[in-house]
Design a protein around this ligand. Structure first.
Ligand code: KG4
Ligand code: ZN
Length: 328
């Protein structure tokens, strides 16, 4: 089976073609980072307009690179939520049009489900596994017992981890996306400033207090030296990484789960990848981390879920619509 998958939930326009065994034949991503960096964050109106301008070219390129005929496509997978309403709508409308013209079933995919199945592209992962999804819009830990058998263990009560990276980077004038900017700015330096770790004894996450603590420390500075900026940015990064690693490992040990998956934009963070891998090794746990291109938003992960849906005959009606607040 071969799936054409579309992802437009936020600010990346992506189309991918995925075939049996989750083999990715092509994946094209048109990033809007440059456009949104002027504003220090995603502007929904601007994002949906850019999707509209890009989607056709991204689609044609994905088909060309995969070297498949449209008649070989067995299903059209699309992210229906959660995400920005206008952005989702562009992808869903495009998918509906394709589904109608090619007479192929529509497969409705939850963006979060896409993230935690992204590691399936490169790894064989047995159930049950623990999935940490940390992105710009979400931070949550799930227990995945089987396909569509998920249990939410904990989630953020305020900001997502990536959102906190973006806000702290904006505060320090480091650029957008914040996670990438902070990581580049601090390099291998490990900060020395002690920052709060909210909800350290609970399953849920909270990053808003941490961001405010950084803002308060920054405000007290008479001048923002590069040295101080590096120290606070790095201390912030280390604190977020520590929180994510501690909660994930603690939960795996508590539940006796050996397999851990991480995904979402924040999982591209080198310190997180290293510290989580080290902690997993220490506790004899297996960690599966996608390559960078499958950490941030991408259509290949949507194709993986699309394939799982089509294999089970779970197709969506032609009336399917974008659901910005879709839950799992
Ligand atoms: O998964 P994603 O591409 O989109 C959402 O679904 O939100 O994640 C984007 C988020 C942004 O907040 C960005 O700052 C963060 O992921 N991010 C990172 C890194 N690369 C992207 N955070 C920390 N370190 C990185 N290297
Ligand atoms: Zn995402």
């Amino acid at each position: 089976m071969t799936i054409l998958a579309i992802e437009t939930s936020c600010d990346d326009t992506s189309v991918s073609i995925v075939t049996d065994n989750f083999k990715v034949l092509s994946q094209i991503v048109s990033s809007q980072n440059q456009i949104h960096s002027i504003f220090g964050g995603v502007v929904p109106e601007v994002a949906s307009r850019a999707h509209l301008e890009n989607i056709s070219a991204v689609f044609h390129q994905a088909v060309r690179v995969a070297d498949v005929k449209l008649s070989q496509i067995d299903g059209i997978a699309v992210t229906v939520g959660p995400g920005l309403a206008g952005s989702l709508l562009v992808g869903v409308s495009f998918a509906k049009g394709l589904s109608l013209s090619l007479k192929k079933p529509l497969l409705a995919v939850n963006h979060i489900e896409g993230h935690f199945y992204a590691p399936f592209i490169e790894h064989k992962i047995p159930y049950p596994f623990l999935a940490l999804v940390a992105s710009g819009g979400h931070t949550a830990l799930y227990l995945i017992k089987g396909f569509r058998d998920y249990k939410l263990i904990g989630q953020t009560r305020d900001d997502a981890a990536g959102e906190a990276f973006d806000k702290v980077a904006k505060l320090l004038d480091l650029g957008y996306p914040g996670g990438v900017a902070i990581e580049r700015f601090v390099g291998d330096f490990i900060g020395t400033i002690d920052l709060p770790r909210p909800l350290s004894n609970e399953d849920d996450f909270s990053f808003s207090g941490l961001k405010t603590a950084v803002a308060n420390i920054v405000r007290k500075q008479v001048t923002l030296t590069e040295e101080f900026k590096k120290d606070i940015a790095s201390s912030f990064q280390k604190t977020v990484v520590d929180i994510l690693v501690e909660k994930t490992i603690k939960e795996a040990l508590k539940k006796g789960i050996k397999e851990i998956v991480i995904s979402g934009g924040v999982s591209a963070n080198r310190l997180l990848r290293k510290n989580l891998s080290d902690a997993a090794y220490k506790h004899n746990l297996n960690i599966y981390i996608p390559s960078m291109k499958y950490c941030t938003d991408n259509a290949a992960m949507i194709g993986v879920v699309g394939l799982m849906l089509l294999q089970r005959g779970i197709t969506a009606p032609a009336t399917v619509s974008a659901i910005p607040d879709l839950t799992l």
